[in-house]
Design a protein around this ligand. Sequence first.
Ligand code: ZN
Ligand code: ZN
Ligand code: FE
Length: 762
Amino acid sequence: MTLLTGTERTARRIHVRGVVQGVGFRPFVFRLAREHVLAGWVVNGDDGVRVHVEGAASNVEAFIAALTAQAPPAARITSIEVAADVVDVLNGFEIRASRSAAAPTTRISPDLAMCDDCARELADAGNRRHRYPYINCTTCGPRYSIVRALPYDRAQTTMREWGLCPACAAEYGDPADRRFHAQPVACARCGPHYRLVPLNASALHREALAGDAAIERAAAWLQDGCVLAVKGIGGYHLACDAANARAVAELRERKYRKEKPFALLVRDIQTARRTVRLDAENESLLTSMARPIVLASAVVDLPGVAPDTTELGVMLPYTPLHQLLFASGAPERLVMTSGNRSSEPIAYLDDDAERRLEGIADAMIVGERPIARRVDDSVVRLGPRGPVILRRSRGYAPGAAATLPVSRPILALGADLKNTVTLVVGGDAYVSQHIGDLDQYASLTAFQETIRDLVSMYEVSWSDLLVVRDCHPGYASTRHAATLGATAIVDVQHHRAHVASVLAEHGLLGERVIGVAFDGTGFGDDGTIWGGEFFVGSVRDGFDRVAHLHPAKLPGADAAARMPVQAAAGFVGLLADAPSLAEAPFRWPPTYASARQITLRGVRTFTTTSVGRLFDTVAALAGFTREVSYEGQAASWLEHLAGQSRSDAAYDMPFDGVELDWRPAVRAVIADRCAGRDPADVARGFHHGLASATARAVEMLARMHGVRTVALSGGVFQNQLLTTELVDALAHSRLRLLTNSAVPPNDGGISLGQAALAAVSA
Ligand code: ZN
Ligand code: ZN
Ligand code: FE
């Protein structure tokens, strides 16, 4: 370094906030300062990273510009403050020891996909980590899934039991090395390994294999059509050759997963392009650090992988093990589904996985590094208004999804389906990973574990917590609230939470909006089952329900969600002129007639305004008369059926300012089906009709209430066709349209909405 005298130097004090710890930020600053011939230091503080630099003024400027422009891919900088500082005439640049944090307010990074540098070393026969499946560095590797406590330090991770060999220790201690303070750093000599454990008596070989041999054998077994349990970042996956229909069918049968689509792990981006239709935006989602499952239109036929839909969910390798499996000859497209029996939480502890996956998997690839907590794969789809996270988990959790104006800690418990919880600390709303449906004992346990985990990680005291729950008296999450020892509990209505989730992630808590919440079910203010609601108001002042779907009936609430024809009995069955639907072209099973009797007598029958059940009704009329095997299946089937039609027709759904009337549309659907019209055209006409009716309703309400912004949320808006048509229909209205992106429009977003509504009153 050419040393400038003190008077020739300019000094700056820089404070960087955001996700800047555990992502290689300090080594990056170190290298950058050297590049720009600057002296100074960098240190991790309790609220971000602090930097002091001094040197030639132009170099200081260039350094500051590069700080954001070239930041490590996983860093998320939320603010940079730069101030003039005193020149200390320092002799070089150093990384100073972290100041101990008073409270762990630093954000823990989500898990990061393997970086290109590590991928290169993995494949390089001359590198000492050649084919080592736990390779990582400061810009990649596990984070959230290995942390046991904050601050993020090796001794507090699941890597604590492995000491560093001299070579790894040297890298860990060298500020110029890209593994400087990489907490999970390891190599084949000092770190954990994988082994292959046969489970099934029919497995081709009985002996357990370790290391490289285990991976090569696993790849060969996948090639042979075996089902393998593969330990990943946040849990076990079940994998098989996606092109092998027999293996796929076998996996479905063993896992009790009848029809719900399986996600795919494909070898590389070229294979992804030969699997689904991709554009630049989709590809950048697919290759992003989070490496989510991306849903896109299928361009290949893989029998049994995703029945009834024209989409496939695809992801790219994100662990070294994935890369090694493909390099060892595994089929280029692998089914990669959560390691569990249907609807249970993903297995992540080795013993538990072995117990639960025996009988499903032929063998397990067990890795020695323990997983601290379960984190499923995330799911994203590119919607008409950009990416929408449909399941927010690995790669995103536990990132802050919003900032809320509240200093008190808040714990929002979410809904019972697609559960997530949100913990607000210091105004940052940390949305948990996907937990699942709480009707299962195992999921309920996972829910309790996740709550304890987050609360202890952020060192929040239970008695300070404001707990927020749904209004549904029957929800397990609602009942759980009382057991937490919190001094305050707030109830938030389900659909208001949906609308608030959109406004929270956009930071618009004071904005007066028309809020539209369309979903399957939620407990309403009047004790009926809501799901087609229009609100006016803001998060800050609350939401008034001003309109809704014309009420229908729901015979035998929960069963109706599984049998579309039973839900239909509460819609079609109410029409005075309802025809018999037992004959062609409908041929509905007897379930319908008995459900209709129940509806007419009013036994075990509830009032509902659910748009989700309206979708089920129309799906049943269009031909989906069997039981659904996963939530939302009939609606998804109807959407993909509609995608096959080019019809412009739209069924009429009048709106009178208070009620959106589905009856004329359902009558017309019946008449068209009787007249022999193509069910695809019928499905399309329903989507057109609902989209344009909703647009008209929104415009009328916006005029009536003098509001210029619209917020859409609820599981129904996962429907790409409906959402696209609604966005188009509102394009000319000059209304500002807000939708979910960072949290799901489905019930996975409820906890954030609950937290936002509670935050403004806390
Ligand atoms: Zn790396
Ligand atoms: Zn080592
Ligand atoms: Fe919902």
